[in-house]
Design a protein. Structure first.
Length: 608
């Protein structure tokens, strides 16, 4: 399905014209203009002069030659020192002007300099315009044939096969599956719905962060219902020429209606479905495409057997017209998986690799808190790759655990050479985090501390893993988290009396958390329950923008600074009170480089 892009054709057109002009001017014109010249000796020339055979003569000083014309032919002879030459020519009435020989047929030069270039331009222009017209015609009349040409939807038809994706392949996401199973049952037997007069939704919007299985779910609906599946990405509609996207939409719906019952899946619908506004430089093509999509959705009658699924991770940027009833009126959230969901996703993907029987998937799922389905699939693959690197035939528990760290923090850096002092500083820094976390209530237990540098730039890290799912955080828990984040820097300061660059990531995390507590969670006494920030792109990292006056912003900054100061003082106090434990564990970590949560707790409880 290759489509000849018009912008390429235009480029080819210009290059072709330039090429042809160069060939004409450099080769063809000189060749046509040049006439055959016969070389003769000077005696013959003199004889011909005297026989009055010569019509005209030209002296070419540059090439030191005499050119002359006789019997409509051109001759050339070498110029010799002949003082009588002029007299001889005059005596024989021979014309003596300098342009006879180079004179060309005026018709030929007219042809070369005007007629041929114009003909070429017109011919190529005609060819191009015919091609564009043909593309537009295809788009309007939905010409048959392969899915090529401008204005064709080029949607990929997902081929049904015995290996087609089913609901069971999409682990977790039970609510989404439940929601979509209604569509499956409708596609199986629309008559039940028609009989009772119920209308199935025309459009369903799958919203959620990237990699949570939206595309998979859409394919699974098609797989379960055993119907054709058209898949196209929103960005594929947008073309260089205004109107092409709209004709692609028309073509897509025409094909879908022919194949009904079927599913049309539009990925990244925000590429065309963004709010229309009167911003300067608005995108005409996008708006026309969106308008066409709206019209098409209204156009096909209810229960036509076409269900449109669309995926986006920016639902708040969609045009309200797209979300009104009988268009994309049903929204199915596809969220990040919870603990159980993560375990199931890991197990689904682990089916495809050879692994030991005694893998504790729950433990791995717990460690991979916050990971999306795509990341979990990646973790399983990384584990398999690690097993191969280590020359094993099957994947073991430690492969999975290490691969989580690879996905989170990058590969172990083999050649990073830290000085002994740096290693000690990192060791105190990490143990500082762990100790403060352990000494406060409501902190997630420590599972691992390491000071092996990673390719992501981390010189070490402390892993804390929650036992179960954690949806709500209290103010105290968040404060403790900030104190834990501050503790690394505090430990460095306490022990070495100097501070390093190693805490930059902690500082930015802690600041973000403190700011969110004040501006979003209403956890500050000064401001109370006022939303001072709004979150944009909730599913794409959630960048916040302030919605308050300049004076309040200054106060927020002051409150953030005060909160961080308070928590860092708290961390410092805990470390001072437990300085002997800090020393002991940091030295142990310095020797061992990686310690487990258990070892950490044992030293803490004076058991080692
Ligand atoms: P999205 O469309 O939400 O960005 P995809 O559906 O393209 O995500 O998922 C990308 C990959 O992640 C899939 O091919 C699959 O391997 C894996 N994946 C995501 N979610 C799940 C899930 N719930 N169960 C199994 N695999 C999943």
């Amino acid at each position: 399905m290759t489509e000849k892009r018009p912008r390429h054709s235009m480029l080819y057109y210009y290059l072709l014209v330039i090429g042809i002009m160069l060939v004409i001017n450099l080769f063809i014109s000189p060749w046509l203009l040049e006439r055959e010249i016969i070389n003769v000796d000077y005696n013959t020339f003199v004889e011909m002069v005297e026989d009055k055979k010569i019509e005209a003569v030209e002296l070419d000083d540059q090439s030191n030659a005499i050119l002359f014309k006789a019997d409509d032919k051109i001759y050339e002879t070498a110029m010799v020192n002949d003082p009588d030459l002029s007299q001889r020519l005059l005596d024989n009435d021979i014309k003596f002007n300098g342009t006879i020989i180079r004179e060309t047929n005026p018709w030929v030069s007219l042809l070369l300099s005007w007629v041929i270039p114009i003909v070429i331009f017109v011919a190529l222009g005609q060819y191009m315009s015919r091609k564009i017209q043909k593309g537009a015609k295809n788009a309007m009349t939905f010409g048959s044939g392969p899915l090529a040409g401008l204005g064709k939807s080029n949607a990929k038809v997902y081929v049904k096969s015995s290996k087609g994706i089913r609901f069971k392949d999409v682990a977790g996401e039970d609510e989404a599956k439940e929601n979509l199973s209604e569509i499956v049952s409708y596609l199986h037997d629309p008559s039940i719905y028609k009989d009772i007069g119920a209308k199935i939704p025309k459009g369903i919007l799958l919203v959620g962060p990237p990699g949570t299985g939206k595309t998979m779910l859409a394919k699974a609906v098609a797989g379960e219902a055993n119907v054709p599946f058209f898949s196209i990405s929103g960005s594929e509609f947008v073309e260089m020429f205004v109107g092409m996207g709209a004709s692609k939409v028309r073509d897509l719906f025409r094909q879908a209606k022919e194949k009904a019952p079927c599913i049309v899946f539009i990925d990244e619908i925000d590429a065309i479905g963004q709010k229309r506004d009167s911003r300067l430089g608005g995108n005409d093509e996008r708006e026309q495409t969106l308008n066409q999509l709206l019209t098409e959705m209204d156009g096909f009658e209810d229960n036509a057997g076409v269900v449109i699924l669309a995926a986006t991770n920016r639902p708040d940027s969609l045009d309200p017209a797209l979300l009104r009833p009988r268009r994309f009126d049903r929204r199915v959230p596809v969220e990040l998986p919870d603990l159980e969901g993560r375990k199931e996703i890991l197990m689904v993907h682990a089916q495809n690799i050879k692994h030991d029987k005694d893998i504790d998937f729950l433990k791995i799922a717990r460690m991979a808190s916050g990971a999306s389905g795509a990341e979990l699939a990646n973790i399983v693959n990384e584990a398999a790759l690690r097993a191969i690197r280590q020359g094993r035939k099957s994947v073991c528990q430690s492969d999975f655990e290490e691969s989580i760290e690879v996905v989170i923090a990058g590969y172990q850096k083999k050649n990073a050479i830290l000085t002994d002092h740096e290693k000690l500083v990192v060791s105190y820094h990490e143990v500082g985090h762990a100790l403060v976390a352990a000494m406060q209530n409501h902190s997630a237990p420590i599972t691992k501390i390491t000071i092996v540098p990673r390719t992501s730039g981390a010189l070490g890290y402390t892993m804390q893993v929650d036992e179960g799912n954690h949806y709500l955080y209290t103010k105290e828990e968040l404060e403790n988290k900030i104190a834990t984040l501050c503790a690394g820097r505090c430990a460095e300061e306490l022990v070495f009396n100097s501070i390093s660059t190693g805490a930059s990531n902690d500082i930015s995390e802690a600041t973000k958390l403190a700011r969110a507590m004040i501006t979003q969670y209403g956890m500050s006494e000064d401001f109370g329950m006022v939303a001072l920030e709004t979150i944009n792109n909730q599913y794409l990292g959630g960048d916040a923008s302030l919605t308050c006056s300049y004076e309040t912003q200054t106060k927020i900054d002051e409150a953030v600074i005060a909160l961080l100061k308070k928590e860092s003082e708290k961390a410092m106090k805990i470390l001072k009170e437990n300085k002997d434990k800090l020393d002991k564990i940091a030295k142990y970590l310095y020797e061992k480089e990686t310690i487990t949560g258990e070892e950490f707790m044992n030293i803490l409880n004076n058991q080692i």
